[in-house]
Write a protein that binds this ligand. Structure first.
Ligand code: E4P
Length: 218
């Protein structure tokens, strides 16, 4: 399973890279706004900075909601760097745009996916990645991981090549469950990834090893 970081924060992307586990980056308009990145030129420039840090896939989301607008924006985004993936919302015009990008050799990430039916449609259109939003499903007391499992089963049965990118992943447990349920990729904040490090027995064990070494060598 690949690890993407879900942020537009350059320091965090750099930190994940230095940790040696970074396979790619996802962003969305909310994450760009959180970093104070506004205006088309600044947004495009920020994507360039992200692509300068990682050679992994970087999802850059279109703002347009009509076919022509999405294609125009997506073409512009894909010219920034070879590793840009155009992120397109799961709407009717988005499916048309994903088909157009697929036919024109541009990678896509179909975002805002909340059902297996939507997942089938995105795969049919040739999406490179599919982003089911696990955390937001859990937020309304449904089970996000069941959706990952269902999509993984359907894609395996049907032989769809679209990569399942578990999104809205917010905790270390989400990461483990996504791996167990067949996600190809998880995207999450850096804190969820570093949370995987934690175990009290590791801390206790290390403290004991160091104490024993100190005793024996004093
Ligand atoms: C993924 O591509 C989305 O940008 C993101 O994972 C949404 O996460 P959230 O539901 O925590 O905002």
């Amino acid at each position: 399973m690949q690890f993407f970081i879900d942020t537009a924060n350059l320091d965090q992307i750099q930190e994940a890279k230095e940790l040696g586990i970074l396979d790619g980056v996802t962003t969305n308009p909310s994450l760009m706004a959180k970093e104070g990145i506004t205006g088309t030129d600044n947004v495009l420039n920020h994507y360039k900075k992200i692509c300068d840090i990682t050679t992994g896939d970087v999802s850059a989301e279109v703002i347009s909601t009509d076919f022509a607008g999405m294609v125009e924006e997506g073409k512009r985004l894909s010219e920034i760097a070879d590793n840009i993936v155009v992120k397109v919302p799961m709407i009717k015009e988005g499916i048309k745009a994903i088909r157009w990008f697929t036919d024109n050799g541009i990678s896509t990430n179909c975002t805002l996916v909340f059902s297996a039916g939507q997942a089938i449609l995105a795969a049919k259109a040739g999406a490179t990645y599919l982003s089911p939003f696990i955390g937001r499903i859990d937020d309304i007391t449904w089970d996000g991981m069941t959706l990952i499992k269902d999509i993984a089963e359907i894609y395996a049965i049907q032989g769809y090549m679209t990569n399942i990118l578990a999104a809205s992943v917010r905790s270390p447990l989400h990461i483990v469950q996504a791996a167990k349920n067949g996600a190809d990729v998880v995207t999450c904040p850096l804190s969820a990834i570093t949370g995987l490090l934690n175990h009290p027995l590791t801390d206790i064990g290390l403290a004991k090893f160091l104490a024993d070494h100190k005793k024996a060598n004093s």
